[in-house]
Design a protein around this ligand. Structure first.
Ligand SMILES: [Zn+2]
Length: 151
């Protein structure tokens, strides 16, 4: 039996695919700009059955991820502007830079919120070559089955 080629890491992540099979879609709607449903995720991956919420409140930590992403984008924006357009005290180019940067971040915010969830999930779940046959791993810490009896 030959394995199918492993889908590209970064591309699968950017297209919001499941980290375990890199094929199933994590979000129910294609567009993140349907704002009422931006964060509607599949409960489990439609392809391999990987749960998308590893434990209750799993995604509370994603605020830090989206914060880091936003900072990285702001830095990249300013560097790109500085290289391509330049910044001068003689005119108001720097205000255009700032204003457009804010508009840009605002526009991509729904997409950024999704991406930070995906990155967060990818951090905990790794690719499984044989995702069709292997059982889904459980990541829930302190679950009832494994916790020893306490007194
Ligand atoms: Zn999957």
């Amino acid at each position: 039996m030959s394995h199918e080629p492993r889908p590209n890491y970064l591309w699968s992540m950017l297209t919001m695919k499941c980290p375990r099979c890199r094929r199933g879609k994590l979000f129910k709607n294609y567009s993140p700009y349907n704002l009422k449903h931006t964060l509607d995720m599949q409960e489990t991956c439609p392809v391999c059955g990987q749960p998308t919420e590893l434990e209750p409140g799993f995604y509370y930590g994603t605020g830090y991820v989206s914060y880091a992403l936003a900072v990285a984008l702001i830095v990249a924006w300013w560097v790109a502007w500085w290289v391509l357009i330049g910044i001068s005290a003689e005119d108001n180019r720097v205000f255009w830079c700032l204003g457009l940067c804010i508009a840009f971040l605002f526009l991509i915010q729904p997409w950024l919120m999704r991406l930070s969830r995906v990155i967060y999930l990818w951090f905990f779940v790794s690719y499984d070559d044989d995702y069709e046959h292997n059982p889904v791993k459980r990541y829930v810490s302190g679950s009832k089955e494994t916790r020893p009896h306490s007194h």
